[in-house]
Write a protein that binds this ligand. Structure first.
Ligand code: PMP
Length: 420
């Protein structure tokens, strides 16, 4: 529309002036739309501004100008700020620069990308591993390759958003089974027997809101019986469950499992995701996984820090950190329960403190923050309306004194709000 016309006084034709005028109207209605959406968030009581971390993430962090005990990071083993990871990243920048330069199929695969996948393959005891830019991307990438027209995916009701969105991007038929309900899963499998080419059962390994673990052994049995493919998202199990933190499949000692997605963004301390699976599926992903094909690979510093983290997990220090994480988890959970808080069905370092009403949960979180503990408040729609909570995550780097002080603060604030 914007043709320049020298014969017109202001250089554009009248029709173009009209188009520009209409164009000028557009931002107004778009702004009205934005206001409407933002106001609706405010009315629901879920509008928020981001808290700002003003120090490295650690057991104690400076958040919004206040030094607090940090019970909200996924830095399970304290590796995000570990000297070995930092040194590896700095060395990689010196050797390789700051960017990989391209997507991996063009020329973005450096020797260290290959080395990380090799190391992860050994760590996960699978045939192959493909690394992607994040856990979110890894879920979407693998689901997009495995599922197509004529396939079925059966997903746990509480699976992570990246699984839900990954499924939405495919043309497969979809069904949801009640959270961790194996009778319901079997009912869905039975009802769809023989109707589809590939049937995929997908579950989180550890559920991020309740900290409970998926019953993988029963899922594996059902999958074998009904000829389904098994997939687990081990974002919160990577570095936390299983031998050296190698995940839920290892935790249960399961012999055959088809697809394990892991993240490098939480316990591993950096950022990224991976798919640990068969060589054939990895090969197919190399050709078809869209985030792999169309998005630039990890910068060398990130790859090097992930490599250092995986090496560390398999060392004596890694074992000590893993043990410390679980000791801290038990101590803190027992402390909360002793005070009379409801920690739900958690079996892992993710421990919710369920208070019911969402607004009360947000107020609880704010009061804890003022008293020196950062524990995220979580309300509907992330959790059910009557299951508002603050979510706590302890790490290996919290000292006993940190956790004892946090428990004191929980007691004090909990009593003043008559939650206990
Ligand atoms: N799956 C689950 C269960 C998660 O909790 C998360 C992170 N919130 C992801 C996947 C995504 O991982 P990443 O942050 O590496 O993208």
């Amino acid at each position: 529309l914007m043709h320049y016309n020298a014969s017109e006084p202001d250089g554009v034709r009248p029709s173009v002036q009209l188009a520009c005028y209409l164009g000028a109207m557009m931002p107004h209605s778009f702004e009205a739309y934005l206001d409407e959406q933002l106001n609706s968030l405010r009315e629901q009581g879920v509008f928020r501004t981001l808290r700002e971390l003003q120090s490295p993430t650690g057991p104690r962090s400076t958040i919004d100008g206040k030094s607090v005990i940090n019970l909200s990071s996924n830095n399970y083993l304290g590796l995000a700020n570990h000297p070995a990871l930092k040194a590896a990243a700095i060395k990689a920048i010196e050797e390789w620069g700051v960017g990989s330069g391209a997507v991996r199929t063009i020329i973005g695969t450096m020797s260290i990308h290959e080395e990380l996948e090799q190391r992860l393959t050994e760590f996960k005891h699978t045939e192959a591993v493909l690394v992607l830019q994040s856990g979110f991307t890894a879920n979407a990438a693998v689901l997009g390759v495995v599922l197509n027209d004529g396939d079925l995916v059966i997903s746990d009701a509480l699976n992570h958003a990246s699984i839900i969105d990954g499924i939405r991007l495919t043309k497969a038929a979809r069904a949801v089974y009640q959270h961790n309900d194996m009778a319901d899963l079997e009912r869905v499998l039975q009802a769809n027997q023989g109707k589809y080419r590939n049937t995929v059962i997908v579950t989180d390994g550890v559920f991020s809101m309740d900290g409970d673990i998926a019953p993988l052994p029963r899922i594996a049995e059902l999958a074998e019986h009904y000829g389904a493919i098994t997939m687990v998202d081990d974002a919160h199990a990577s570095g936390v469950l299983g031998k050296n933190g190698s995940g839920t499949v290892s935790h249960y000692g399961i012999k055959h499992w088809d697809i394990q997605v892991g993240t490098l963004s939480k316990a591993i301390g950096a950022v990224g995701g991976y798919v640990a699976t068969s060589s054939k599926l990895r090969q197919l992903m190399e050709h078809r996984a869209r985030p792999f094909l169309f998005s630039t690979s990890h910068p060398p510093a990130v790859v090097a820090s992930c490599l250092a983290a995986i090496k560390l997990l398999q060392s004596v220090e890694g074992e000590q950190l893993h043990q410390q994480l679980w000791e801290n988890t038990k101590f803190f959970k027992a402390g909360l329960n002793k005070l009379g808080f409801n920690t739900g069905i958690s079996e892992t370092p993710i421990t919710p403190v369920i208070v019911g009403d969402g607004a009360k949960a947000m107020q609880f979180s704010d009061s804890l923050f003022q008293a020196g503990v950062f524990a995220q408040g979580i309300a509907f729609p992330t959790v059910a309306k009557d299951k508002g909570r603050v979510r706590t995550i302890v790490t290996a780097s919290h000292s006993n004194a940190d956790l004892a002080e946090a428990l004191n603060i929980f007691e004090h604030v909990g009593r003043s709000m008559q939650l206990i």
